[in-house]
Each structure stands twice: as C-alpha cells, then as structure tokens.
Design a binder for this molecule. Structure first.
Ligand code: ATP
Ligand code: MG
Length: 362
C-alpha cells in the first residue's frame, strides 16, 4: 500500500506542505536537527499511532500544540484510486483513526500499513533487552497469521492473572490451576507460532545477510523461555514454590528470546558497528520480504541515516537491495548527494530536502 500523499501537522519542528512521495524510493536530506527523523516518525505514527523514538506523545507533538495529525492517501488493492487514511492523537488521550470514511482499531491499522523502521535504536535488536526481540518476533507472528493476536492476548491475560495471584499471595489452588491451564494452552500455541515464524525467517535472513555482509556467519536461535525439552505444565509445577516466594511467573513464553552468535561468541561482542548495522538491517529486511511473500503486498521501509556507519560499497549494496525489493522506501541522509547515484534511471525516485522543518522537492 504505497503512500501517494502525505500531510503532516503538529509533529515536532515540521512545517511541511502536502507532498507526494514516489512509489519506490524517497530520499530526504537535511542538516542535523532539520527534521529528517521526524518525517519518518510521522509515517510510523500514521501506521501505528505511535512514535518509534518516544513512548510519550507530548514529545512528538509540536511544542505548544495539543495534538498530532497525519493525513495521507494510500493505494489499495480494493480500490482504483488512493484512499484517505488519517491518524490523530490528542494530549488528553483521544486517538482517532479514519480509513476511507470509517474508524479503525489499532490492530486493523497495523495490518493496513505495515512499516519496518531502521534507525539508531534498531541496534537494540542485538544488544538490547529481550523484550525488543520478542516485539520483533511478534510483529512477524502478527502479520503471518490472523490467529496470532488472539493467542497473544489470551496468553497476556493468563500471565497477568497468574502474576497477580502470585504477587498478592492469595493463592487459591483451584484458581491457580485454571490460570495455569490457560497459560499453558495459549503459551504453547504462541510458542509454536513464534518458532514457525523464525524458521521461515531464517533462510531469508541468511540470504540477505550474505548479500550485505559477505561471508560473515551469524547464527540465530530462538529460545522459547523455558527448558523446551520439558512440558510447560511440568515446569510450572516445579517452579511454583519459588514463584510463590518471588511473587511472579518465572519461566514461560514471556521470557522468549533470540540469540545471535558469531565465531562462537555473542554477536554483539564480536561485530563492528557497521557489521551490526548490516545484521539488524538484514533482519528487518528479511521480515519485510517474508511479509511481502505471505501477504502479497509491500511493506514500507523507513531507514534513518542510511549512510551512517557504512562505507560506500556497503551503502550501495544496501540501496541495490532496496531497489530490487519493490517496496516503498523513505531514506534519510545528511548530505543531499550521498545516495543519489545508487539507483537505476528507471527507478521511481523522489529527492526532498529539509531546511529547519520546511520540506522542498529537489
Ligand atoms: N515537540 C517538539 N516541538 C518542536 N520542535 C521539536 C520538538 N521535538 C523536537 N523538536 C526539534 O525538531 C527538530 C527535529 O529533529 P530531528 O531529530 O527530526 O532532526 P534530524 O534532521 O533527524 O537531525 P539529525 O541529523 O541530527 O538526526 C530538532 O531541531 C528538535 O530540536
Ligand atoms: Mg535524525
């Protein structure tokens, strides 16, 4: 669903006019502080109602304003003309999402306009907390199968109930067994979906990594969150006395993780900054490609400061990969001319420049 028109209102320092992105490659250049990352944030907000830089809306909303609004037109397989999509959030808590004249909830919005973001915080996939990697897996699970969200919500509910019984020490064995059964049945199914997703992602990740990084081998392994040779119910029974003492659930899918190894050690301790950037890029690109194969529609890539950390041959390889992917890409860089010559003449390419929040077509 490429975006054909964007109107950004009251986000950070942006004062952009209504503009029409290219269906394929959009390059946005500008000096530090000009608003490049903010443009990507605005598109992410349109796709998810959230920023990828902050969890607090007040930082995203332009100073002195009360709400952020992004209005767009997007192409859709269900219509011959682009359809209107608008997202607005106010500081007092209202969220309004309208698509083609009707309201959408957040899950409908997320499946309508999937985006993949690559920015400095994406490194957290390798060296951040496991919750970042679980979010990564669950993005894939969510888009791979409509049943995933029901399993995920069922599991979260069982975990919350179990933790609250453990925390407040009101452990009624009967109630606990009810939630144990829910925890195990949702938890095992959720884990099967996660495993299947990672198994499907792995060949795509390896393929892209070998293009971007040559022959540096990076191993990727999924961990379910408990000793997976054992039944989850048996693990719960064994750990119960410790859980009762500590007041929360110890093992289970809420502890799932991905582990990356390179040369026999943790990849985050072995790889250079540029190599790390290429590994996390390969992961996100693989996720987008898998989405495209399964859903038969493209993903939108938001790539902040593509040239940073990369030498010219690697930046060129990255751009060539994006060019072949057929997805719509928004790419930022500081110098206007860094990335312009990496594209073939028939690629639909648009160049923009930001000057203190003002966007100009080049
Ligand atoms: N809520 C806000 N209201 C108004 N201006 C803001 C707000 N939040 C941030 N800014 C300003 O908006 C600008 C946007 O910064 P942004 O991070 O998008 O720039 P950038 O072009 O990505 O810079 P860099 O090249 O350093 O990454 C900055 O000058 C910042 O001070
Ligand atoms: Mg920036």
């Amino acid at each position: 669903m490429p975006i054909t028109e964007l109107q950004i209102s009251r986000i950070r320092n942006l004062q952009t006019p209504v503009f029409s992105p290219a269906s394929r490659i959009n390059i946005i250049s500008g000096q530090n502080g000009s608003g490049k990352t903010s443009i990507l944030e605005a598109i992410h907000f349109l796709s998810t109602t959230r920023s990828f830089r902050t969890t607090e809306l007040r930082h995203l909303v332009s100073q002195g304003e009360q709400s952020a609004l992004v209005f767009s037109r997007v192409e859709s397989s269900s219509s011959t003309h682009p359809l209107a999509l608008g997202v607005e959030r106010t500081l007092d808590g209202d969220v309004r999402v309208r698509f083609d004249g009707r309201s959408l909830d957040s899950a409908e919005l997320a499946s309508l306009l999937p985006v993949q973001v690559l920015y400095s915080g994406t490194f957290e996939l390798l060296d951040g907390s496991p919750s970042v990697r679980r979010q990564f897996i669950d993005w894939g699970g969510f888009h791979a199968d409509p049943a995933f969200i029901t399993l995920w919500r069922g599991f979260r509910r069982a975990l919350k109930q179990r933790n609250s019984l453990l925390k407040y020490g009101k452990i009624d064995r009967f109630q606990m067994q009810v939630w144990d059964r829910e925890f195990v049945s949702y938890g095992e199914l959720l884990t099967q979906h996660r495993q299947a997703y990672i198994a499907a992602l792995l060949p795509e990740f390896k393929r892209i990594l070998s293009v971007l990084l040559g022959d540096v081998e990076v191993e990727l392994k999924f961990h379910s969150g408990w000793d997976s040779k054992r039944e989850l119910m048996a693990v719960l029974a064994d750990q119960f006395p410790r859980e009762a003492a500590q007041g929360f659930t110890l093992s289970g899918p809420q502890r799932a993780d991905l582990r990356f190894r390179c040369g026999g050690v943790n990849a985050a301790d072995r790889l250079s900054r540029g190599q790390k950037k290429l590994v996390v890029s390969a992961l996100r690109l693989a996720q987008g490609q898998l989405f495209r194969q399964k859903a038969d529609r493209p993903c939108i890539y938001l790539i902040d400061d593509l040239p940073s950390e990369l030498d010219e041959p690697h930046a060129r390889l990255f751009c060539q990969f994006l060019e072949r992917s057929q997805d719509q890409c928004f790419i930022t860089c500081v110098e206007p001319d860094t990335l312009t010559e990496f594209w073939s003449p028939d690629t639909d390419l648009a160049l923009f420049h930001l000057d203190a929040g003002h966007l100009l077509s080049r």
